[in-house]
Design a protein around this ligand. Structure first.
Ligand code: MTE
Length: 314
């Protein structure tokens, strides 16, 4: 039996409920210990069963786990791809709370266990396409953002969702750098209808385990049809608003990074082409270059942008 699925998520992207049950049990059982990856480690049989080294259901090889966990963008810990894996462990993630406020009926600050309670976890295998023109295929564990928004009941006047990352400079060496031109905290946003799309998830795990800090523990956004910078990590606040919220990369360089940031091979970045991407792992001798697809291959989101000029609203 499949997890009851929204009509526009491909069945092949959803893990059967039986497989998921065990994951749910230990997430529920070890809720208080979410911070500790070892407390949530999956039985190795489960991993064998999933065969993470095998081809994934979207028909593209999954990125080896080690690559997804050591080649990261998380500027709070530095700008080098290896900085997050080296330094993100300095971030304390237990306890963790997420404030959900703004134009909602029930403003609330959720402890992480409270936030997850009553929500079924799903595995979603998604392509992640960075605006820098590299990509990966990652098995996330999470749930549609809509399930959290339903808990707080957005008001009719809410049109956008603003997200904010933890900002704790004592634990985030990248934010202390004199070279950092980012105005912390890292912020991102979606239109409410984008956030409500069943493909948009909040992830708490990857590769059958909790998220490592460098990938955005304990909870991050994953919006697979948009460039990776929209998928904000280590979220502490979600605010419903009636105005388009500011976003970090757009504030830094509006001519290069738009609010929408939908993956689009026909609209180049001012400094490089977006027509193709390096699927990681790749090397000088085996660049593994593939064509980039509209909406990163998630064409089912196209109706969200009907009538919009995607060249202008990049
Ligand atoms: N979130 C925060 N808070 N800080 C960041 O620097 N980088 C973004 C996004 N989320 C970033 C962030 C970018 S540019 C990308 S490509 C993805 O995270 C990378 O996610 P990954 O490291 O899990 O692959």
């Amino acid at each position: 039996m499949l997890i009851k699925k929204p009509s526009d998520v491909r069945p092949s992207e959803i893990t059967p409920r039986e497989v998921y049950q065990s994951r749910r049990q230990f997430i529920a059982g070890a809720g208080a210990a979410l911070a500790s990856a070892s407390a949530l480690a999956l039985p190795s049989a489960w991993l064998d069963e999933r065969g993470y080294r095998a081809d994934d259901p979207i028909g593209e090889a999954m990125t080896p786990e080690a690559d997804a966990k050591r080649y990261n963008n998380f500027y709070e810990f530095g700008t080098d791809k290896s900085d997050p894996a080296a330094y993100a462990h300095e971030m304390t993630i237990d306890p963790w709370a997420v404030k959900v406020d703004g134009l909602v009926k029930n403003e609330k600050t959720f402890g992480i266990e409270d936030l997850l309670s009553g929500i079924d976890m799903e595995e979603r295998i998604y392509r992640l396409r960075c605006v820098e023109a590299w990509s990966m295929v990652i098995p996330w564990i999470g749930f549609p953002i809509k399930k959290l928004l339903d808990k707080v009941e957005p008001l009719g006047s809410a049109k956008y969702v603003a997200f904010e990352t933890l900002f704790r400079s004592s634990e985030m060496r990248g934010t202390r750098s004199l070279f950092s031109s980012i105005d912390w905290p890292y912020v991102e946003g979606l239109r409410l209808d984008e956030a409500n799309h069943p493909l948009a998830i909040l992830a708490i795990g990857m590769y059958g385990d909790v998220l490592p800090n460098q990938n955005g523990a304990p909870i991050r956004l994953v919006v697979p049809w948009k460039y990776g910078f929209k998928s904000i990590k280590s979220i502490v606040r979600i605010r419903l608003t009636d105005k388009e919220p500011p976003t970090t990369w757009n504030l830094l360089q509006p001519s290069e990074y738009g609010f929408y940031a939908n993956v689009n091979p026909t609209v180049d970045h001012p400094r490089w082409s977006q027509a193709s991407e390096r699927r990681l792992p790749s090397s000088l001798f085996d660049p593994n270059r593939i064509a980039t697809r509209m909406f990163n291959g998630y064409e089912e989101v196209a109706p969200l942008y009907a009538g919009m000029n995607l060249r202008r609203r990049y």
